[in-house]
Design a binder for this molecule. Structure first.
Ligand SMILES: NC(=O)c1ccc[n+]([C@@H]2O[C@H](COP(=O)([O-])OP(=O)(O)OC[C@H]3O[C@@H](n4cnc5c(N)ncnc54)[C@H](O)[C@@H]3O)[C@@H](O)[C@H]2O)c1
Length: 267
């Protein structure tokens, strides 16, 4: 159901790879709610992913950008403002990749070159995005910047590996930059901590299938789907949440406040 919550707003969505991606669902919902958007992903993802189909469906221009390249990011924001006809109102960062996870290296045997790359892609990219917005003065007053994160930033999930530290860093960037954006530009910055979700990035984590079932049982409302996450992100981009900033917002069916759920033990 559409309520025109984003009528007249312009946004940039990072990270839609295929129709399982959380960013894919968020892009669809934003347009359904009246926003005009551009889509972006790493050049390599544009070659292998299905983002062109999404661009056509949503009438959204696709602008390649490697989120670790300042040059690409500057070009992305400049071109998006040209295409959309003015400053941006909202930005979604939905980017995650761990080379150590991909190469199946366990937490006690991590390669540090890989770790640098993981932090750069999954966390520093968020600072890069915000610094680019800041320097280009690319966002309207009362705009909203969001990144997706996971509760492994606060609690131990052994197979999440170095992504745990990536997410802790990402969430800290949201708080620290959120201060500056709030004071100077009345812009809010938050992270949404989402349930395990079946996507390319999510299912790359060892034991994902079993863990997905565990989290689903543990959460009183069950796991939050990507579609539900899209609904939530729409509210965070809308004018209904103007005073929420520097928060890590759990969107997880209640998982984060559970200690034990009898159904996990089969009781
Ligand atoms: N799937 C889950 O269980 C889950 C749970 C909580 C949070 N998240 C977070 O949600 C976000 C989106 O992940 P997803 O699960 O939709 O998976 P996904 O694989 O569909 O999305 C990850 C995206 O990151 C992009 N990316 C990788 N390197 C990049 C680079 N250098 N420059 C630009 N983009 C790059 C990929 O191309 C891809 O589109 C991530 O931040 C992820 O950590 C996922």
């Amino acid at each position: 159901m559409a309520n025109n919550l984003l009528a007249g707003k312009k946004g940039i969505i990072f990270g839609a790879l295929d129709d399982k991606s959380i960013a894919w669902k968020i892009a669809e919902r934003c347009v359904e709610e009246g926003a005009e958007i551009t889509l972006t992903n790493a050049p390599v993802a544009l070659r292998f992913g299905a983002i062109n189909a999404l661009g056509e469906k949503l009438n959204a221009k696709i602008i390649p950008a490697d989120a670790t390249s300042m040059e690409d990011l500057e070009n992305l924001f400049t071109e998006s403002m040209d295409t959309l006809g003015g400053k941006i109102d909202f930005v979604l960062h939905s980017i995650g990749m761990s080379l150590n996870v991909r190469k199946k290296r366990g937490y006690t045997n991590l390669n540090y070159d890989f770790m640098h790359k993981t932090f750069d892609i999954s966390a520093m990219s968020f600072h890069r995005v915000m610094q680019t917005i800041w320097k280009l003065d690319a966002i309207n007053d009362w705009g909203s910047i969001l990144a997706l994160t996971y509760i492994a930033a606060q609690r131990v999930f052994p197979d999440y590996n170095e992504m745990a530290e990536s997410k802790a860093l990402l969430e800290s960037f949201a708080r620290s930059f959120g201060y500056h954006f709030g004071v100077e530009k009345k812009v809010r910055v938050n992270t949404v901590s989402q349930s395990p979700t079946w996507t390319t990035a999510g299912s790359g984590v060892k034991g994902f299938e079993e863990f997905f079932g565990y989290a689903d049982k543990m959460s009183p409302l069950g796991n939050a789907s990507a579609d539900a996450c899209a609904d939530y992100c729409v509210t965070m981009f809308s004018d209904l949440t103007k005073m929420v900033t520097m928060q890590n917002l759990y969107h997880d069916g209640g998982f984060s406040n559970m200690g034990m759920n009898p159904s996990v033990l089969g009781l």
